[in-house]
Design a protein. Structure first.
Length: 82
């Protein structure tokens, strides 16, 4: 791998994103940013913990939204504002 490719990969972080309970069909750019991570595996682990924690909610919409998480790279074009 060339050094400039390695440097570019090192700059990418990960966001744990979830939809609002009342807007689960909203596009990703409108989802809530829960937390930031250095690696995708850290993000996935946190997402599973988040999902487990929110599954105890008494609100059915919150439970459903917690199952629809996504780890998204910080450079994902879906996050760009128009």
């Amino acid at each position: 791998m060339k050094s400039h490719h390695a440097a570019a990969l090192a700059l990418v972080g990960w966001y744990l994103m979830v939809p609002a309970p009342d807007h689960i069909m909203a596009p990703v750019e409108r989802w809530a940013h829960v937390d930031s991570f250095d690696t995708a595996s850290e993000c996935r682990e946190a997402a599973l913990n988040y999902q487990q924690r929110e599954s105890s909610s008494t609100d059915p919409a919150t439970k459903k939204a917690a199952r629809i998480w996504e780890c998204i790279a910080t450079d994902d074009p879906r996050l760009k504002t128009k």
